[in-house]
Design a binder for this molecule. Structure first.
Ligand SMILES: [Zn+2]
Ligand SMILES: [Zn+2]
Length: 139
Protein backbone atom coordinates (compact mmCIF):
# COMPACT_ATOMS: atom_id res chain seq x y z
CA UNK A 1 0.00 0.00 0.00
CA UNK A 2 1.17 3.42 -0.89
CA UNK A 3 2.16 5.89 1.77
CA UNK A 4 1.44 3.75 4.80
CA UNK A 5 4.48 3.61 7.02
CA UNK A 6 4.84 0.76 9.51
CA UNK A 7 4.58 1.79 13.20
CA UNK A 8 8.34 1.55 13.81
CA UNK A 9 9.06 3.90 10.90
CA UNK A 10 6.47 6.40 12.11
CA UNK A 11 7.99 6.41 15.61
CA UNK A 12 11.49 6.88 14.22
CA UNK A 13 10.40 9.66 11.89
CA UNK A 14 9.12 11.75 14.82
CA UNK A 15 12.04 10.84 17.07
CA UNK A 16 10.16 8.68 19.57
CA UNK A 17 11.74 5.62 21.08
CA UNK A 18 10.13 2.40 19.89
CA UNK A 19 8.18 0.85 22.76
CA UNK A 20 5.73 -2.03 22.75
CA UNK A 21 2.87 0.27 23.79
CA UNK A 22 3.48 2.99 21.19
CA UNK A 23 3.97 0.42 18.46
CA UNK A 24 0.78 -1.42 19.34
CA UNK A 25 -1.31 1.76 19.55
CA UNK A 26 -0.05 2.84 16.13
CA UNK A 27 -0.74 -0.60 14.72
CA UNK A 28 -4.36 -0.35 15.89
CA UNK A 29 -4.79 3.18 14.55
CA UNK A 30 -3.36 2.14 11.17
CA UNK A 31 -5.84 -0.72 10.95
CA UNK A 32 -9.07 1.11 11.73
CA UNK A 33 -11.42 2.89 9.37
CA UNK A 34 -12.81 5.25 12.02
CA UNK A 35 -11.48 7.18 15.01
CA UNK A 36 -11.26 5.17 18.23
CA UNK A 37 -11.56 6.19 21.85
CA UNK A 38 -9.29 4.98 24.64
CA UNK A 39 -11.68 2.22 25.66
CA UNK A 40 -11.93 0.91 22.08
CA UNK A 41 -8.15 0.93 21.72
CA UNK A 42 -7.82 -1.09 24.96
CA UNK A 43 -10.30 -3.64 23.57
CA UNK A 44 -8.28 -4.10 20.39
CA UNK A 45 -4.96 -4.80 22.12
CA UNK A 46 -3.74 -8.39 21.73
CA UNK A 47 -5.22 -10.51 24.52
CA UNK A 48 -2.10 -12.67 25.04
CA UNK A 49 -0.54 -9.85 27.01
CA UNK A 50 -1.82 -7.64 29.77
CA UNK A 51 -1.85 -3.92 29.09
CA UNK A 52 -1.88 -1.08 31.52
CA UNK A 53 -4.54 1.59 30.87
CA UNK A 54 -2.32 4.38 32.12
CA UNK A 55 0.61 3.34 29.94
CA UNK A 56 -1.64 3.23 26.89
CA UNK A 57 -2.93 6.69 27.75
CA UNK A 58 0.65 7.88 27.97
CA UNK A 59 1.53 6.31 24.62
CA UNK A 60 -1.42 8.15 23.06
CA UNK A 61 -0.39 11.47 24.52
CA UNK A 62 3.22 10.93 23.36
CA UNK A 63 1.94 10.44 19.81
CA UNK A 64 -0.37 13.43 20.15
CA UNK A 65 2.52 15.62 21.29
CA UNK A 66 4.37 14.72 18.09
CA UNK A 67 1.41 15.99 16.06
CA UNK A 68 0.70 12.72 14.32
CA UNK A 69 -2.79 12.24 15.76
CA UNK A 70 -6.07 14.05 15.27
CA UNK A 71 -8.12 14.13 18.43
CA UNK A 72 -11.84 14.78 18.48
CA UNK A 73 -13.93 15.36 21.56
CA UNK A 74 -17.56 14.30 21.26
CA UNK A 75 -20.58 15.58 23.16
CA UNK A 76 -20.04 13.01 25.89
CA UNK A 77 -16.54 14.38 26.49
CA UNK A 78 -14.92 11.26 25.12
CA UNK A 79 -11.77 11.78 23.10
CA UNK A 80 -11.41 9.90 19.83
CA UNK A 81 -8.06 9.42 18.12
CA UNK A 82 -6.99 8.88 14.53
CA UNK A 83 -3.77 9.23 12.60
CA UNK A 84 -3.27 12.44 10.64
CA UNK A 85 -4.27 12.28 7.01
CA UNK A 86 -0.78 11.97 5.57
CA UNK A 87 -0.29 8.82 7.65
CA UNK A 88 -3.67 7.15 7.27
CA UNK A 89 -4.01 7.60 3.49
CA UNK A 90 -7.48 9.15 3.76
CA UNK A 91 -7.09 12.36 1.86
CA UNK A 92 -9.61 15.13 2.41
CA UNK A 93 -12.05 13.35 4.64
CA UNK A 94 -14.60 14.52 7.14
CA UNK A 95 -16.53 13.00 10.03
CA UNK A 96 -20.03 12.12 11.13
CA UNK A 97 -20.60 12.42 14.87
CA UNK A 98 -23.62 10.95 16.64
CA UNK A 99 -24.56 13.40 19.36
CA UNK A 100 -26.44 10.69 21.23
CA UNK A 101 -23.87 7.87 21.55
CA UNK A 102 -20.78 9.85 20.59
CA UNK A 103 -19.62 7.44 17.90
CA UNK A 104 -17.55 8.92 15.07
CA UNK A 105 -17.27 7.64 11.51
CA UNK A 106 -15.00 8.91 8.74
CA UNK A 107 -16.51 10.10 5.47
CA UNK A 108 -14.15 9.97 2.56
CA UNK A 109 -14.09 11.61 -0.85
CA UNK A 110 -15.47 14.95 0.26
CA UNK A 111 -13.22 16.72 -2.20
CA UNK A 112 -15.40 16.30 -5.23
CA UNK A 113 -16.78 18.76 -6.00
CA UNK A 114 -15.23 21.47 -3.86
CA UNK A 115 -17.26 24.65 -3.56
CA UNK A 116 -16.39 27.31 -6.17
CA UNK A 117 -14.66 29.53 -3.62
CA UNK A 118 -11.99 26.88 -3.22
CA UNK A 119 -10.85 27.06 -6.82
CA UNK A 120 -7.24 28.15 -6.82
CA UNK A 121 -6.99 27.53 -3.10
CA UNK A 122 -4.53 24.83 -2.16
CA UNK A 123 -6.36 22.70 0.41
CA UNK A 124 -4.01 21.03 2.85
CA UNK A 125 -6.36 19.81 5.53
CA UNK A 126 -10.11 19.72 5.90
CA UNK A 127 -12.12 19.91 9.06
CA UNK A 128 -15.71 19.02 8.22
CA UNK A 129 -17.92 17.40 10.83
CA UNK A 130 -21.57 16.50 10.43
CA UNK A 131 -23.45 16.28 13.73
CA UNK A 132 -26.61 14.27 14.11
CA UNK A 133 -28.12 11.00 15.30
CA UNK A 134 -26.83 7.67 14.00
CA UNK A 135 -29.11 4.92 12.69
CA UNK A 136 -28.84 2.84 15.87
CA UNK A 137 -29.79 5.79 18.07
CA UNK A 138 -32.85 6.64 15.95
CA UNK A 139 -34.68 3.43 16.90
ZN1 LIG B 1 -25.56 6.96 18.01
ZN1 LIG C 1 -11.34 10.25 10.13
Amino acid sequence: MEGLLPPIEILRSVGLKVTKNREQVLHILLGTDRPLNHHEIMEKLPKEQSWDRVTIYRALSDLEEKHILNTMLTGERVTYFELKEDLNSKKHHGHIVCDTCGRIECVEKLDNPFPKKLQGFKVQTMDITFHGICKECQD
